[in-house]
Design a protein around this ligand. Structure first.
Ligand code: PHE
Length: 453
């Protein structure tokens, strides 16, 4: 079955290609747009510290588990669970993952479209004519309520993802990430230098790095844990799918380490870009989700070389969103290729179009459909809530249970240690303990906290 499918499935061309692609999936709107605003809302340094703990004791073990499942089976999430425990209800984790991929991309594509729009609007200079964040915020609100314009950019974002995924693993996704990921890091460093050299920047650095634990409560911890999950692309089989294109020779533990470090570094770096700038401009760090789109243009406007900086920043945000978007699309596409035997082309075109169409009401949730609410939430809010707050934590917890208790850490060890890749003491023991006891319990707590009133 493995070899039969290989022509349609494809493989990563190199280890670096895989690491960059998996990092590309992890690094996205979650890091560049969401991370700074939730750090801003949750008190800065102390929140960052808790986030880091979540990344290392919960995210990292699950990522290794997902890579291992993917490489062992060379299959999509549904196929992976089905081949290890045929006819068991654990296959449901795979279906949940494919569904989560479909749902997340449907609204992620909308926000991805906004980022492309802001690239265009910063090139033309239209987002750079405001002297107050209020005006910039009104401009943003006006833009996202414009049906024709947002639909156009939403379609454009999905079109770019479809075009890349059509070209397959090695030719499309890997090549794109090889160029895009290093460019992203370079841009971030440039922006960080710009930010840190602004007058008053150090106040922002202090807010960001100095932990004030009086601002931490139970809810903050939950937010940090949820963010760790979303940011590392875990809990929906995305890393199972990416691991499935990996050859037996590669070292799974060091790949996991690199992806986690890369994702975390970028988030931390983005904070170092945003907070010094926010404080130097005398703005509020707790600005909320509109931080990037309504506050930063004001920051850019009042900066020397602001026009160039704005174009670079929004290009970077769009790049990060695209490399995550393609990983979401690939999960659903891999399911149709592996399980239903579809050709890649047919799978990508049909799935991509279906996700776009399903995403349209999400795109309209800020304009034409803003008043259509169920339980006080728009269509966009509901899709985001179901996928991010329910499907991801549940999927992650069940994956940990599956690898820790059902398929078993012994089998996982064997897969990890293929080709003389030794899983060294004490890391192996540490991972085993985390994946069996700590990870499921911790994620279970987040999940319960979300569903209990
Ligand atoms: N990790 C991506 C981000 O930070 C989002 C994502 C979630 C991608 C789940 C794939 C799977 O933007």
């Amino acid at each position: 079955m493995k070899t039969e499918n290989n022509n349609q499935r494809g493989f990563w061309g190199s280890r670096l290609g895989f690491i960059l692609a998996a990092s590309g999936s992890a690094i996205g709107l979650g890091n560049v747009w969401k991370f700074p605003y939730i750090v801003g809302e949750n008190g800065g340094g102390a929140f960052v510290l808790i986030y880091l703990v979540c990344i290392f004791i919960i995210g990292t073990p699950i990522m290794l588990a997902e890579f291992t499942l993917g490489r062992k089976t060379n299959l999509n999430p549904v196929g992976a669970f089905a081949s290890l425990k045929p006819k068991s209800s654990f296959i449901g984790i795979g279906y949940m993952g494919v569904l989560a991929g479909f749902l997340i991309l449907s609204f992620y594509g909308v926000v991805g479209g906004w980022t492309i729009a802001y690239v265009v609007k910063s090139v033309t200079g239209s987002v750079l004519s405001f002297t107050s964040p209020k005006e910039a915020g009104a401009f943003f609100g006006n833009f996202i309520s414009n049906t024709g314009e947002t639909l156009f950019y939403h379609a454009l974002f999905m079109g770019v993802c479809i075009a890349i995924v059509l070209r397959g693993i090695h030719g499309g996704i890997e090549k794109a990430c090889n160029i895009l990921m290093p460019t992203l890091v370079l841009f971030l460093f440039l922006l960080m230098i710009r930010s840190l050299t602004l007058d008053g920047a150090m106040e922002g650095v202090a807010f960001y790095l100095y932990p004030d634990f009086s601002k931490i409560n139970g809810n903050t911890v939950l937010i940090a844990l949820g963010q760790a999950f979303f940011s590392l692309s875990l809990g929906m089989g995305c890393m199972i799918t990416y691991g499935s294109y990996l050859s037996d020779k590669e070292n799974l533990t060091s790949s996991t380490f690199y992806v986690v470090i890369f994702d975390t570094m970028i988030a931390l770096l983005v904070g170092m870009v945003i907070f010094p700038a926010v404080f130097a401009m005398g703005l509020e760090p707790a600005e909320g989700p509109s931080l990037v789109f309504s506050v930063l243009p004001t920051v850019f406007t009042s900066m020397p070389m602001g026009h160039v900086v704005a174009v670079i920043f929004f290009t970077l945000l769009a790049i990060a969103a695209i490399t995550s978007g393609i990983s979401l699309l690939e999960v659903v596409v891999a399911y149709f290729i592996d399980q239903l035997g579809w050709q890649r082309k047919k799978a990508v075109l049909i799935v991509g179009l279906a996700i776009f169409i399903f995403g349209v009401p999400s795109g309209l949730s800020f304009g034409a459909m803003a008043d259509i609410k169920l339980a006080g939430m728009t269509f966009f809010d509901h899709v985001d809530n179901i996928a991010s707050n329910y499907l991801l934590p549940l999927g992650g917890m069940l994956t940990a249970v599956f690898v820790g208790w059902v398929w078993g850490t012994k089998n996982a060890h064997e897969e990890i240690e293929k080709h003389k890749n030794i899983f060294k003491f004490p890391w192996a023991q540490c991972w085993e303990f985390l994946i069996r006891y700590i990870t499921p319990v911790a994620v279970g707590i987040v999940f319960l906290a979300k569903i209990l009133p």
